[in-house]
Design a protein. Structure first.
Length: 80
C-alpha cells in the first residue's frame, strides 16, 4: 500500500476541490467523506517545532539521570 493523504475540509458550499500529490496523477484513488461530529476529532494544525516542544514537555518528567550509573557485567550475568 502506498502513501496516504488526509485533509479535513470545512466546505462553505456543495462542492470542494481536493488537491492530490502529483505522483498520483493517472492513478485510481479512493475518496471517503463523512462529517466529523466530535470537536476532539478535528486535529489542530501544529508546527513541527511546537510538536517537538509538546513531546519534550510530556517526556521530560520521565527522564532519569544515569550519569553515575556503572554497568556491572558480572552482576548482570549472575543467574544464581
Amino acid at each position: 500500500m502506498g502513501s496516504m493523504y488526509r485533509q479535513i475540509f470545512t466546505p462553505d458550499n456543495d462542492n470542494i476541490n481536493i488537491p492530490v500529490p502529483s505522483e498520483w496523477k493517472g492513478m485510481n484513488i479512493e475518496v471517503i467523506a463523512f462529517p466529523i461530529t466530535h470537536e476532539e476529532d478535528v486535529r489542530e494544525k501544529v508546527s513541527a517545532v511546537e510538536k517537538r516542544k509538546r513531546r519534550k514537555e510530556l517526556l521530560d518528567k520521565y527522564l532519569i539521570d544515569l550519569s553515575d550509573f556503572r554497568f556491572n557485567r558480572e552482576e548482570a550475568n549472575n543467574y544464581e
